[in-house]
Design a protein around this ligand. Sequence first.
Ligand code: SAM
Length: 440
Amino acid sequence: MKYYIWTEGCQMNVADSQRLASAFEQLGYTASEAIENADVIILNTCMVRQSAEDKALGRLSSLKPLKIERPDLIIGLMGCMVGTKDQSVIRKKLPYVDVFAPPSDPKPIIDYLLEKELQEHDQNENPFVRQFTWESGELLLPESERRNPVSAYIPIVYGCSHACAYCIIPYKRGVERSRDPQEILDHARSLARQGVKEVTLLGQIIDRYAKDRPDYPTLAQLLEQIHEIDGIERIRFLTSHPNWMTDDLLDVVNRLPKVMRHIEVPAQAGNDVVLQNMHRGYTDAAYRALIAKIREKIPGVSIGTDIIVGFPGETEEQFEDTVSQLRDLKLNVVHLARYSPRTGTLSERTMVDDVPDSEKWRRFRVIEKLQEGIAAEIHQKLLDQTLPVLFEEKKKNRWVGRTENMDLVFVESQDDLTGKIIPVKISWTGPWTLIGTIAG
Ligand code: SAM
């Protein structure tokens, strides 16, 4: 039996798909290269913007003829399109989907397959079915990643309770739940045993880890514990909210050599009225002060932000405040989005999506162009420097890796560099990538 998982959206979905793939392989399934050859097809979906939802719906309708042709084919829908609440509407809308699973919970899919297997065969016929347990504590990497394990994600905070006015995630992924620290450490140790060098801890607001569980260690303490694991050479975490970044956390990033000097802390906007309408809970001045503190506490840090342009009511002047913030702060990375109204969110229910699409695009391009110049300037300073790079894979004859600051580096080499951290002398820089040669 073959499985195929199609994944859209955030890193959390990538992690959820990996967990599902691991369960499939424990059940004796193998990955299918082509979707048409699979016996089980799972779409792991995203709803953060309309475009992501449209993609999933397009993919789903392309599967309908396959299902008519092969009624045995099992189609599963997972992630934000399913959500954590009542499934009756979506089940009615998509009668050709066999099984539905909420975000970060692939169990219903595996339970469905186990039940089917038990109904159709004597359970002794499938040794995997007899052995399968969810709580094995071990996340075995799927075959495709087992060959060249380098980086892996570890979810540590599920759901979100912040309720930014524009965001659908709290409605779809449920309330904020911190993961058991022992389970996180077991997961990290298991990945290290399988050869993973870099782990990225995930949460919608990761710096709120343990806020719902005072008996758990803080994120800073958890980073210290993961730092002790042999084999793990790099640790990252994302995404932070400006209001929850503690001095302890920043000190740990500065002190622990395996914790990379890279912070993802979205501003979303640089105007106080827009920030208030977004329900972000801080001002432009507070965000600027936080960036200054991060830079003071962690020399050499790189910082990423998310920005939404065209939020309801955003005037030209208010947009210019966001441009000024970015021009002044010169952050390393800007993840840009055009506002997309999401059904049920506060902004969709109470505000008019009044910035025309053409204007959203114009604002998007203004920031894109500004950031291109800033990133080029930051990267230019890296010319002739030698930086440690963790290599991930070979793409079109060139090895691709990341610096500690998350910059993408290409080098040419005949050797297998997968999973190796090697000093690279930077010989060319551009706004989005660097090129170098292996040093020494
Ligand atoms: N939870 C994190 C935070 O506090 O910002 C980030 C995770 S969020 C899923 C990823 C990004 O999607 C957000 O930072 C935001 O920029 C963007 N996003 C969320 N809802 C959006 C919407 N309705 N329209 C456009 N972009 C949106």
